[in-house]
Design a protein around this ligand. Structure first.
Ligand code: FAD
Length: 388
């Protein structure tokens, strides 16, 4: 399935496809088993311009539109969701927030390094006690002279042990969303410790961490946006982030479908390829329809962003559908593969394990439904607001 792409969009997709087939797919199982993606991948992503997509060139970005962004996230998701997540977080959540809310100095300080892969960013919103209810976060930033002193804990932070800067959300004022402020905290700040979280079901190659802030001092120039604007910054980052997750899920589903089609054509039972059996074709057809539907939902978000239109509800729809579709498609792929789908010599079991988190992070499926329901009815079914 393809809409008409511009020559630049088609070329960007080819570049990503070649990169994924050469530098990601052959190593994905090894990284998954080792619980660590080769760190050299970050420099390669930077060299190709993937960490600077849609960021203006004057700040070291590689420009491009959001459809191009989706095409590249889809390819990375097909290759390894751990790699896709590195980009989605450092670029999609951190660099793009900096581009929208940063001062000129903050942009000059961080964007060229983030876009080149010389530095990585992570997004610190979730805490042990607050996930979906992100507006209830309790990490505090107290003013001291012209500085801020930060104390608290963040958990499940993607890129956490690799990142050079945390886009951190902390409470500076009263309860609720308006009491939250965003800060750019260098990860070598005294008082900041990081612990990698092991034993994940999927995304095993990705550095997911717990961050502890024990009186971490930052100057007021580290504040991103206005005091009290942090929750708005977080939510606007997540709206675009959901498009990125949706596109990555399309990559999982299409990868699962491609692998299933290949296998079903080769595997023979009862004297002929299993692809010829109607019940196998039903599984393949279901995967194909859902993959295309998810792709179109993600591309609609990209189109809305590029046209400067509102896109939050459409992003929730895309993320909800694509994440659930990726789980269903990768689960069906295991069925097509039979017993061979259950071992990691083939890619499909990893697709399912990686897909599973997509219905959880950047707002669970339940939270997406509440956001869509609120947009439809004008009535909020939850207090506070939606989390990551
Ligand atoms: P809870 O919020 O405790 O939810 C538990 C269950 O209750 C879910 O089914 C949820 O849908 C349901 N539920 C909660 N509230 C409601 C409601 N009002 N109505 C109906 N159902 C409800 N966070 C970051 O800040 N930065 C990151 O980089 C990041 N990366 C992550 C990477 C991984 C691998 C994982 C697993 C998580 C990551 N997260 C990150 C955290 C993630 O965003 C949260 O796990 C997610 O928001 C859900 O929060 P929770 O785990 O606390 O679950």
């Amino acid at each position: 399935m393809d809409l008409r792409l511009s020559p630049e969009q088609a070329a960007a997709r080819e570049l990503a496809r070649d990169f994924v087939d050469r530098d990601v797919v052959p190593y994905a199982t090894e990284w998954d088993r080792a619980e660590q993606v080769d760190r050299g991948i970050v420099g390669k992503l930077g060299d190709l311009g993937f960490l600077g997509l849609t960021v203006p060139e004057e700040y070291g970005g590689s420009g491009g539109d959001h459809l191009t962004y989706c095409l590249i996230m889809e390819e990375l998701g097909r290759g390894d969701s751990s790699v896709r997540g590195i980009v989605s977080v450092s670029l999609g959540l951190v660099a793009k927030s900096l581009g929208s809310y940063g001062t000129e100095q903050q942009k000059r300080d961080w964007l060229p390094r983030l876009c080149s892969g010389q530095a990585l960013g992570c997004f610190g919103l979730t805490e042990p006690g607050t996930g979906s209810d992100a507006a209830g976060l309790v990490t505090r930033a107290e003013p001291e002279g012209t500085d801020w002193l930060i104390t608290g804990q963040k958990t499940f932070i993607t890129n956490g042990t690799w990142a050079d800067v945390v886009l951190l959300f902390a409470r500076t004022d009263g309860p609720g969303p308006r009491g939250i402020t965003a800060f750019l905290v260098p990860t070598d700040s005294p008082g900041l410790t990081r612990r990698e979280i092991h034993g994940k079901l999927g995304l095993r190659g990705q550095a997911t961490a717990e961050l502890t802030f024990d009186g971490v001092r930052v100057p007021d120039s580290a504040r991103l946006g206005e005091r009290g604007q942090g929750f708005r910054i977080a939510m606007s980052a997540l709206d675009k982030g959901r498009m990125s997750v949706a596109a990555g899920c399309v990559g999982i589903a299409s990868g699962a479908l491609e692998a299933s089609l290949r296998y079903a054509g080769e595997r023979e039972q009862f004297g002929r390829p299993i692809a010829g059996y109607q019940l196998v074709q039903e599984m393949l057809a279901d995967m194909a329809v859902e993959t295309d539907a998810a792709r179109l939902l993600a591309w609609r978000v990209a189109d809305l962003i590029d046209r400067g239109e509102r896109f939050g509800t459409e992003a929730s729809m895309a993320k909800l559908f694509a994440s659930e579709a990726a789980v269903r498609a990768s689960n069906l792929a295991i069925q097509v593969f039979g017993g061979y789908g259950y071992i990691d010599e083939y890619p499909v079991s990893k697709y399912l394990r990686d897909a599973r988190v997509m219905t959880l992070y950047e707002g669970t499926s339940q939270i997406q439904k509440l956001l869509i329901g609120r947009a439809l009815t004008g009535v909020s079914a939850f207090s506070g607001d939606a989390g990551t």
